[in-house]
Design a protein around this ligand. Sequence first.
Ligand SMILES: CC(=O)SCCNC(=O)CCNC(=O)[C@H](O)C(C)(C)COP(=O)(O)OP(=O)(O)OC[C@H]1O[C@@H](n2cnc3c(N)ncnc32)[C@H](O)[C@@H]1OP(=O)(O)O
Length: 169
Amino acid sequence: MQAKTPEQSKTTLTDMVLPGETNPLNNLFGGELLARMDRAASIAARRHSRRIVVTASVNHVAFNRAVPLGSVVTVEAKVSRAFKTSIEVFIDVWIEDRESGNKTKANEGIYTFVAVDETGRPIAVPEVIPETDLEKERFDAALRRKQLSLLLAGKIKPNEATELKALFD
Ligand SMILES: CC(=O)SCCNC(=O)CCNC(=O)[C@H](O)C(C)(C)COP(=O)(O)OP(=O)(O)OC[C@H]1O[C@@H](n2cnc3c(N)ncnc32)[C@H](O)[C@@H]1OP(=O)(O)O
């Protein structure tokens, strides 16, 4: 299986915020943004693996800035690291200024997908070769995040989370 770069999975979704998608403060509803992020990230995971992928966990989401009604929102997803059958995807969310066209980072998230066969059984995926400094940074920290997610899900024991333990040694 040939390794791939994060750039090969890059997926960009651009859309507006419409009235039916907002909260009472007229900002984008969190669940709507999560759905957009899930959609972009699953396409990135599919591009990386060329398999059916399912969302296994949402590891981290930070709603740092509200996204007002009418905003043009760009959701950019890229695979940061792949393990045996699981794929971590980073999602960056940008808002575009109407007049200047400049983009400001509004939110980010990290999702984990698992590639599965037609019967839903996990199946092996290609490795990731990070290229840029940011991609290398995200790649290096991915094992720690995987162990944290598995620990919180009760799927590994604390003494198996070696990367997390190393933070405190
Ligand atoms: C519930 C919903 O409808 S959400 C909507 C869409 N999502 C789904 O339908 C997914 C439903 N869930 C599933 O099908 C299964 O739980 C799966 C396929 C995600 C995982 O199945 P499991 O039996 O746990 O498989 P297994 O233990 O072999 O793990 C497979 C991989 O997932 C990883 N994984 C499983 N759970 C998690 C988690 N919570 N966080 C991070 N990684 C995880 C494992 O570490 C393993 O990765 P690796 O092979 O790269 O080392």
